[in-house]
Design a protein around this ligand. Structure first.
Ligand SMILES: *Cc1c(COP(=O)(O)O)cnc(C)c1O
Length: 431
C-alpha cells in the first residue's frame, strides 16, 4: 500500500474506512465531481492541502472561521483553556460569560442553552416550541436546512398544505407527518396554510437569509406577514441563525429584519457555526418564560454530556469578543461586497450572466440573469457552468463551496490582494 500523501491517495484510503471517505457528505465533491482536497493546515484566509497547495478559503469551515484561521487571540484562549481541562460535565463560569455575551448581542432572547451542534440546537428548539405550545404541527420551507433531525429532513408533498415526504431513508413517514413544507418567499401559501391549520401549528422554522440554497433572502413583506400570522395564531417563529448569526451582522439576520419591520423579533433563535469559532458549539434561546419550559425547570427534556464544553466556550467567547470590536462588521461587509463586485465585474467582462448578493461576511453568486427567490429558481440556475467554474477556480487556488446550492464566506483575514486575486482568477476562469 502506498503511503504517498496526495489528495487522491488519501481519498482512496479514506473510502476504505469512512463511508464515502468523508464525515459529512458535501465534502466528497459529489455535486461537482473530482477529488476532494484533504486539508493539512490553515492560516488566516488560506487552507493548504496534503500536497502543499494553497487555496484562498471562501468556505471557512462552512461559516465558523469568521476571523480567519489561527487568529492569535482565539488560539491563546483555546490553549489556556486546554491546560485547565478538556471537559468537566459540571457548570463553569465561562458558560455564564458566553451566555451573557450572546444575550447582550441578541436582545430577542433572555436566556440561552448551549449545545454542541446546529443540528442539536435546531432539534431542541423544535421540541421546545412543541412543548411550550402543546401543538404538533410545524412549518418549514423548501431549500432551508436545519440540520439532520428526523422531523426536519422533509421535502414538499404533492399539493399545498399536504404533509411532506422524508428526504432520507430511515425516516418513517409517520415521523414527518406533522411537518409542512412550503415555498420560501410565498406570502399566499403561508396565508392559506394559516387560514386552515394555523391554530395547530407549533412553530414556523426559517433560515431568514437562506444559506443552504446558495444565498436567498426572505423578502421583508414575506417576513412581516409571517410574523403577523404567527402572532395571531400563537405560533412560534423560530429563526435558524446557525449560519447567519454573528455572520451577516453582529445581531444576526434578526437585527436586519428589526430595522425594516418595527418591533420585529423571532420567538426562538438558533445559533451555531460562528459562536463556536470553529469548535463544536451551538445554542438556542428565547424569552425567559419559554426557556423555563426546559429541564430541569420544566417538562421539555434536553441534555448533553459535552454541552458548554470549556474549550469550545473559550473559543467562542474569544471569537465573539473580536467581532464585536468597533467597525469590525463594517470592514467585513466592505470586503465581502468588494469580493462580490469583483466576481460580477469579471463575469460581465467575460460576457457571462452572473448575479449575486451578500450581507456582512456571507455571499452567494448564481449563473443566472435574475436573483432567485425560491428553491426551484435556485435549482434552475446553470449548474454545469457552476461546476466548471468551481474546478477552474480550484485550479487557480481559490476554494469556493463544492456545490452551487451553498453560500460562501469571507473572513476578516482576507486581504484586498486576496479579493483582487480572486476576481482576476474568475476572469481567467470564465473567459
Ligand atoms: C449548518 C447548519 C445547521 C446544522 O448545523 P451542524 O452544526 O452542521 O449540525 C442548521 N441550520 C443551518 C441554517 C445551518 O446552516
Amino acid at each position: 500500500m502506498s503511503t504517498e500523501k496526495t489528495n487522491a491517495h488519501l481519498f482512496e484510503r479514506a473510502q476504505k474506512v469512512i463511508p464515502g471517505g468523508v464525515n459529512s457528505p458535501v465534502r466528497a465533491f459529489r455535486a461537482v465531481g473530482g477529488t476532494p482536497r484533504f486539508i493539512a493546515r490553515a492560516e488566516g484566509p488560506y487552507i493548504f492541502d496534503a500536497e502543499g497547495t494553497r487555496y484562498i478559503d471562501y468556505i471557512g469551515s462552512w461559516g465558523p472561521m469568521i476571523l480567519g484561521h489561527g487568529h492569535p487571540a482565539v488560539l491563546e484562549a483555546v490553549q489556556k483553556a486546554a491546560v485547565d481541562g478538556f471537559s468537566f460535565g459540571a457548570p463553569t463560569e465561562r458558560e455564564i460569560e458566553l451566555a451573557e455575551e450572546i444575550l447582550s448581542l441578541v436582545p430577542s432572547m433572555d436566556q440561552v442553552r448551549l449545545v454542541s451542534s446546529g443540528t442539536e440546537a435546531a432539534m431542541s428548539a423544535l421540541r421546545l416550541a412543541r412543548g411550550a405550545t402543546g401543538r404538533s404541527k410545524i412549518v418549514k420551507f423548501e431549500g432551508c436546512y436545519h440540520g439532520h433531525a428526523d422531523a426536519l429532513l422533509v421535502k414538499a408533498g404533492s399539493g399545498l398544505a399536504t404533509f411532506g415526504f422524508p428526504t432520507s431513508a430511515g425516516v418513517p413517514a409517520e415521523v414527518v407527518q406533522h411537518t409542512l413544507v412550503l415555498d420560501y418567499n410565498n406570502v399566499e401559501q403561508i396565508e392559506e396554510v394559516f387560514k386552515t391549520q394555523g391554530d395547530g401549528i407549533a412553530c414556523v422554522m426559517i433560515e431568514p437569509i437562506a444559506g443552504n440554497m446558495n444565498f436567498v433572502r426572505a423578502s421583508v413583506p414575506f417576513m412581516k406577514r409571517l410574523r403577523e400570522l404567527c402572532t395571531q395564531h400563537g405560533t412560534m417563529l423560530v429563526f435558524d441563525e446557525v449560519m447567519t448569526g454573528f455572520r451577516v451582522a453582529l445581531g444576526g439576520a434578526q437585527s436586519i429584519y428589526a430595522k425594516a419591520i418595527p418591533g420585529f423579533e423571532p420567538d426562538i433563535s438558533v445559533f451555531g457555526k460562528v459562536i463556536g469559532g470553529g469548535m463544536p458549539l451551538a445554542a438556542f434561546g428565547a424569552k425567559r418564560a419559554v426557556m423555563q419550559q426546559l429541564a430541569p425547570l420544566g417538562p421539555v427534556y434536553q441534555a448533553g454530556t459535552l454541552s458548554g464544553n470549556p474549550i469550545a466556550t473559550a473559543c467562542g467567547l474569544a471569537t465573539l469578543r473580536e467581532i464585536r470590536k468597533p467597525a469590525y462588521f463594517e470592514a467585513l461587509s466592505a470586503s465581502t461586497r468588494s469580493l462580490l463586485d469583483g466576481l460580477l465585474a469579471s463575469a460581465k467582462q467575460a460576457g457571462v450572466a452572473m448575479v449575486g448578493d451578500c450581507e456582512g461576511g456571507m455571499f452567494g453568486f448564481f449563473f443566472a440573469s435574475e436573483l432567485p427567490q425560491t428553491y426551484s429558481t435556485v435549482m434552475a440556475t446553470d449548474k454545469e457552468r457552476f461546476n466548471r467554474f468551481f474546478h477552474a477556480m480550484l485550479d487557480r487556488g481559490v476554494y469556493f463551496a463544492p456545490a452551487m446550492y451553498e453560500a460562501g464566506f469571507v473572513s476578516s483575514a482576507h486581504t484586498a490582494d486576496d479579493l483582487r486575486a480572486t476576481a482576476a482568477a474568475a476572469l481567467d476562469a470564465l473567459r
